[in-house]
Design a protein around this ligand. Structure first.
Ligand code: GCO
Ligand code: ZN
Length: 325
């Protein structure tokens, strides 16, 4: 820990393919991992693997979809999000630090530390922007799922020269984030606002402005958590306690589809697999009582959603390479 000048280059995954016919889907638990709080699914194309974290277990995992093997690394603080580095290895948010991780020697190099004045805070969700900057937000540590001191979080961005900017504070639970396909809009979720918000985005500078809501969750959809965008520019939001991911049109504010999962605490989603035609969904096990666990024994597992008909690959763009040094 502590070496300052490591070169970090994060890679943003290619834009996913999107199923054109939404009719038939299959949902499979591909890994019964029993994550206390599974999060930050990221597809690593080069190894046909899914990366994800288990936040309270301080664990980063990589599941090889071909061999079905899982590699796990335990860190010294809650790891809440992970992103790919172009030169190999990963960058991650660990406790209140942006870190560069080397899987082979299991080392973590601190790139920047935030919220130094807030001892009870930790990072939560994070993701690489279309220019390769690493956005991640914070929250107060929970005493139980969803129970925490409010308004303690902020949204941060790690720039290529390792300086960090704070974009705003007063966040309850900083969560899902992604960018529009034309890179002009940044989508963001503060979970306890029960809203999916949008900002104008300047990809040259990383600046955000003009916050507005594009979707308010309905009661049975519960708490918005992680999110990703598909190749048609529609948003997929995992609904914590809602047991589902929902597909939203951010232009009309309408929900287009609901995919229900056999677990309640769905936390996040990403596209992956061949041509990015599958969706991976993480979920949590913490906070489910013994009776609930009988109903949802796979809680904490990794789920794969597959659409049975017609996938479209045409809109998959070039990989976006980060310039974080
Ligand atoms: O998965 C996350 O993003 C948080 O770390 C979780 O703690 C949940 O979001 C939260 O409990 C929902 O209210
Ligand atoms: Zn989350």
């Amino acid at each position: 820990m502590g070496r300052q000048q490591a070169k970090v280059t994060c890679r943003r995954p290619e834009e996913p393919a999107i199923p054109m016919a939404m009719g038939s889907i299959t949902i499979e638990c591909v890994l019964p991992e029993s994550c206390r709080c599974g999060e930050s699914p990221v597809w690593e194309e080069a190894s046909n693997s899914l990366l994800f974290v288990d936040i309270p277990s301080k664990r980063l995992c990589r599941w090889d979809s071909l061999s079905k093997q899982v590699h796990r690394v335990t860190l010294d603080a809650p790891v809440s999000s992970v992103a790919l580095r172009q030169l190999g290895g990963y960058v991650a948010t660990v406790g209140t630090k942006f870190c560069a991780l080397d899987w082979e020697d299991q080392s973590a190099i601190v790139l920047a530390t935030i919220d130094k004045d807030k001892k009870n805070n930790r990072f939560n969700d994070g993701k690489v922007d279309p220019a390769g900057r690493y956005f991640a937000g914070t929250m107060a540590e929970e005493t139980a799922p969803g129970v925490l001191e409010r308004c303690q979080g902020s949204l941060y961005c790690l720039f290529p020269d390792h300086h960090v900017e704070k974009y705003f504070d007063q966040v309850d639970i900083s969560n899902g984030l992604d960018w529009s396909l034309d890179h002009k809009i940044f989508y963001y979720i503060d979970s306890l606002s029960y809203s999916v918000d949008a900002f104008d985005y300047d990809v040259q500078t990383g600046k955000i402005s003009n916050r507005r809501s594009v979707y308010k969750l309905e009661k049975d959809e519960q708490i918005p958590d992680g999110m990703c965008i598909d190749a048609e520019g529609k948003l997929w939001v995992a609904c914590y306690n809602g047991g589902r991911v929902i597909r939203l049109d951010p232009e009309t504010g309408k929900r287009l589809q609901t995919v229900k999962l056999p677990v309640d605490k769905t936390t996040s989603c990403c596209f992956g697999g061949k041509d990015y035609s599958e969706m991976y969904v993480t979920c949590a096990r913490d906070g489910i009582d013994p009776e609930g666990l009988l109903r949802q024994p796979k809680a904490g597992g990794i789920f794969k959603v597959m659409w049975l008909f017609l996938f479209l690959k045409d809109e998959v763009g070039d990989p976006q390479l980060s310039i974080i040094k």
